[in-house]
Write a protein that binds this ligand. Sequence first.
Ligand SMILES: [Zn+2]
Ligand SMILES: [Zn+2]
Length: 285
Amino acid sequence: MDLAVNDPIFHAFVSVWSGCLLFSQQFHAWAHTTKSRLPPLVIALQDMRLPVSRSQRVDHHIPPYNNNYCIVSGVWNEFLDKRQIFKALEMILFYKLGVRPRSTWAHRAWVACGCTMVLISLAKAIMGAAKSHIWLKPILAGLVGYVLADLMSGVYHWGIDNYGSASTPIFGSQIDAFQRHHKWPWIITRTEFANLSHVLAPCLLPMVFASNDPIFHAFVAVCWGCIMFSLQFHAWAHITKSKLPPLVNALQDMGLLVSRSKHANHHRPPYNNNYCMVSGAMDNH
Ligand SMILES: [Zn+2]
Ligand SMILES: [Zn+2]
């Protein structure tokens, strides 16, 4: 201990290490500031690659957003990215915790397919209503779809929260993900959109071609659109207001999307209520 307290090598290491960690977010902020607004000394240091440079930060903010994570000097970035160290760490976390935050191209393709089906259904509803001059019934069908989507999301959530396990056929991975959500609720806030929303996206396909009735399609487009995005609505209910887009905050405040305060009750004892994940309105009934 005495050696640690008085050793100049130890103190040289600790002072530089802790100083760099302390100021790392400032180095990060400078890497996002245009050169004309930076002091000449900072520009000179960035050019010498002492604090992380602007060009390295730009690479981090270009898809696929999975490289150049270091924010002190960035000297480790090339080594870590070329050897795919973070990808290996993500694999370890996936096998240990089952957490896979990133979307794959397959997830994105399923969500694109689901969104296309919702839009086709919506277009069929509008064109059918315009042709027959009947608007009220399709609009009411859309409202019923929105209310039923909330109810169905609640029944689905209740079922997979309470019954089955990771080995249950078909629903096993969803049951496992929801039951893990209760242990680590924050994980959903780090999961990318397509990774969350792809699960229920393909189910709409048979319904789109089943009929040309505008009332049926108004119901299907709204109901299935809400069900498909219900996991994203759920994720937003776990994110602080300051990090959400203003439109999402407004919809949550109006009660059209499930709010943070309402969903928080689901994560408190006795953990057997507030299952609905669209608006949460059906939880009261
Ligand atoms: Zn739950
Ligand atoms: Zn939750």
